[in-house]
Design a protein. Structure first.
Length: 294
């Protein structure tokens, strides 16, 4: 029997890639295909810092914008084939996918997921290399750089991964298609955490070594051919718990406003929300995921 109370870790956001790591404030980081920081969004302050780089990789610009201001800071990959997924980072996006109009050098793309700071889109058939534009809320903005359309095979896909629950330093095996057999060309990431170190790669299997600090969320793989995002979530135990103490995992979208809250008698520093059947939800102070306690 488990000696600790089972905790079901439930990600409390509509889009995995938005889950921030353990920080005093609610900050989300975004990186480009080269692993460079291109955006830091403070969700509590409602602002983001956008970073630009010169031709040799030095920071050449730093701009502070409101999260409500439409802007594009970059992409998860610099190139991709039609049909591959691409993550567009920025601010001011509509959280309703269909309210964002994305054009690849004038060719409309399908937006499959959206948050205020990220869009996941499919590179459209017939697109050519050039700027990517986003139109929403009566405003239009162009990407700071060009996205290149390659004529090769479609980008990578993720069909699964194992384990689905682990701690930092563990090995994660990702199954799919279209991975680059040159291991240094494959980059894996969970949520908006640090890049995992790729250990070995075939066209259908990628083995990675997870970083010490992990986030909950979708797994994504970036190759020269494009970006793939998993359909299921990866989870890591809250601070102070092990994999063996986790009873179940799942995804939860919180409903606001919060109508009922009380201080937990177990931990008076944690504020809980009441839900039916006596289950209490709380926002983890060190890692933003909903935890269910009975």
């Amino acid at each position: 029997m488990k000696t600790l109370r089972a905790i079901a870790v439930l990600v409390a956001v509509a889009l995995d890639l938005m889950v921030p790591a353990a920080h005093a404030s609610n900050i989300v980081y975004a990186y480009d295909a080269l692993g460079r920081l291109i955006q830091a969004s403070n969700l509590d302050a409602g602002q983001a810092v956008l970073y630009g780089y010169d031709g040799v990789g030095n920071i050449s610009s730093q701009q502070v914008v409101s999260l409500a201001t439409l802007a594009v800071s970059g992409f998860s990959a610099g190139q991709g084939a039609p049909g591959s997924q691409l993550i567009i980072d920025g601010t001011g996006f509509s959280t309703t996918p269909g309210d964002n109009v994305v054009l690849f050098n004038g060719v409309p793309a399908t937006v499959i997921a959206a948050s205020q700071t990220q869009l996941i889109v499919l590179v459209p058939p017939g697109a050519t290399s050039g700027e990517v534009s986003v139109h929403t809320g009566g405003s239009t903005v162009n990407s700071p750089g060009k996205f290149n359309i390659n004529g090769g095979a479609a980008g990578p896909t993720i069909t699964g991964f194992s384990p689905t629950l682990a701690v930092g330093g563990a090995t994660l095996t990702i199954a799919g298609t279209g991975f680059d057999t040159a291991v240094f060309n494959d980059k894996a990431q969970i949520g908006n955490g640090a890049w995992a170190a790729s250990v070995s790669a075939t066209a259908n299997t990628l083995v990675t070594h997870l970083p010490a600090k992990l986030w909950d969320g979708k797994v994504r793989v970036v190759t020269p051919g494009g970006t793939a995002v998993s359909t299921s979530d990866f989870f890591t135990p809250p601070t102070g718990y092990t994999v063996a103490t986790i009873g179940s995992t799942g995804r939860l979208t919180p409903v606001l406003p919060r109508t009922s809250a009380f201080l937990s008698p177990i931990n008076p520093f944690c504020r809980y929300l009441t839900v039916p059947r006596g289950i209490c939800l709380r926002w983890a102070s060190l890692r933003p995921a909903w935890q269910v306690q009975h």
